[in-house]
Design a binder for this molecule. Structure first.
Ligand code: FAD
Ligand code: UDP
Length: 368
């Protein structure tokens, strides 16, 4: 008899397995239908010996010391500052849009103050900022919105930015200085020996039994357990009774080239051309030395593994119905990006799992 059956060995499931096993001495069965742990953060050495991320680039960033300290128990870190370029009008320019982006694109020599005025002169007045279009045009105006955001977003989501919640494009800031870091967080690192090693360390306890290539449906009635933590898609758990929640997927093309380097930074975005959205060159992220280099091309798709919940009002309304069912399902906790239908980064999922652990402790202690 296991105390817990945990479905999904990504950050949500693995953090909870680790906490329950180490802090409460409880017996955990952790299942994942994929052949590996780590969920979407999984990495591995490919046939050429280059460390790559199977499901696209994963860069750890957070403002939470608590989350950073917690993960530091399972990995050493490699300091890494993520920089991204976008190919726009045939040039490679920094994204987030900053002072250099505008000066390079328009052949100008503005300073920060002048750029703030330049943006103000172009910004559109939007009464209520609701959509991913509003949030950009109200700051930089329509021309930069079309160059950097509209095409990329249509490719990535299969939807115009006007049909997506503002939170999607609001992830990418706009700056008037020369700061070209993609993320603004205090802690920005890569796990020094990769994500797989981090997960191995997290799941080392003899209280944790891991079964990969195992679907929840195949074990739920066969392996005795007292409680469940579910981190898969919430609509699937409830057999799509309120219809399917849209999740956007990606197809990855991993290509190894017989040259040491392919591009100047880890990620180059293609908002105006190409069928793919971005190209990642992993050695920039991992710091690995190797005579060859591996790249990933990301092709967005409606079919395939669910990677991104699609944030808009209609989908949120449907999710709320599932959430209501979830709240009335005793002894099952729903955690993570797919089960809570939130466009969360890794650190947010870790934070959500740690707070779920605290709730579990309270529930068990108060018996409520
Ligand atoms: P997942 O990692 O999706 O894990 C859920 C697991 O559950 C999966 O392994 C799945 O196989 C399993 N599962 C589902 N249903 C079942 C079932 N019925 N039975 C058994 N197993 C099941 N975040 C960052 O912080 N930085 C980044 O740079 C970053 N880049 C990203 C790039 C891409 C392309 C994507 C898609 C995401 C990125 N993220 C990034 C987000 C990050 O991947 C997630 O926040 C995090 O991995 C979510 O963890 P999770 O445990 O909630 O879900
Ligand atoms: N985005 C864009 N152009 C870019 C980068 C981002 O339009 O060059 C938009 C797009 O809608 C994307 C969202 O901003 O889905 C969030 O970008 P982020 O890089 O955070 O996406 P993720 O890494 O989660 O795929």
């Amino acid at each position: 008899m296991y105390d817990w059956l945990i479905v999904g060995a990504g950050f949500a499931g693995s953090v909870l397995a680790e906490r329950l096993a180490s802090q409460r001495n409880e017996r955990v069965l952790l299942v994942d239908r994929r052949p590996h742990v780590g969920g979407n953060a999984h990495d591995y050495y490919n046939d050429d010996g280059i460390l790559i991320h199977q499901y696209g680039p994963h860069i750890f960033h957070t403002n939470s010391k608590q989350i950073f300290d917690y993960l530091s128990s399972f990995t050493k870190w490699r300091p890494y500052s993520h920089r991204v370029l976008a190919e726009v009008d045939g040039m490679l320019v920094p994204i987030p849009i900053n002072l250099d982006t505008v000066n390079q694109l328009y052949g100008l020599d503005l300073n920060s103050e002048q750029l703030a005025d330049w943006f103000s002169a172009r910004a559109e007045k939007v009464d209520s900022i609701c959509t991913s279009e509003d949030v950009v045009v109200s700051v930089v105006g329509r021309e930069l919105y079309e160059k950097f955001f509209q095409g990329y977003t249509r490719k990535q989501w299969g939807l115009d930015p006007s049909k997506l919640d503002k939170s999607v494009t609001a992830r990418v800031p706009v700056r008037t200085d020369r700061n070209d870091l993609y993320f603004s967080d205090e802690y920005q690192f890569m796990p020094r020996h990769g994500y797989h090693r981090l997960f191995e360390n997290m799941l080392r306890s003899s209280n944790i039994h891991v079964m990969t290539q195992t679907d929840y449906r195949d074990v739920k009635d066969r392996i005795p357990h007292r409680r469940v933590i579910y981190t898969g898609p919430i609509d699937e758990y409830f057999e799509f009774c309120f219809g399917r929640l849209p999740y956007r997927s990606l197809q990855f093309e991993h290509v190894t080239r017989d040259v040491p380097w392919h591009q100047p930074v880890a990620v180059v975005n293609y908002p105006q051309t190409k069928d793919y959205t971005r190209v990642t060159e992993y050695k920039h992220l991992t710091g690995q030395s190797h005579p060859k280099t591996t790249l990933s091309y990301e092709y967005p798709s409606d079919v395939g593994d669910p990677y991104y919940p699609v944030p808009n009002a209609e989908n949120q309304e449907r999710f709320k119905k599932y959430e209501c069912l979830a709240m009335n399902t005793p002894d099952v906790w729903f955690v993570g990006r797919l089960a809570t239908y939130r466009y969360y980064n890794m650190d947010q999922v870790v934070g959500q799992a740690l707070s779920t652990f605290r709730r579990i402790c309270n529930t068990v202690e108060t018996g409520s």
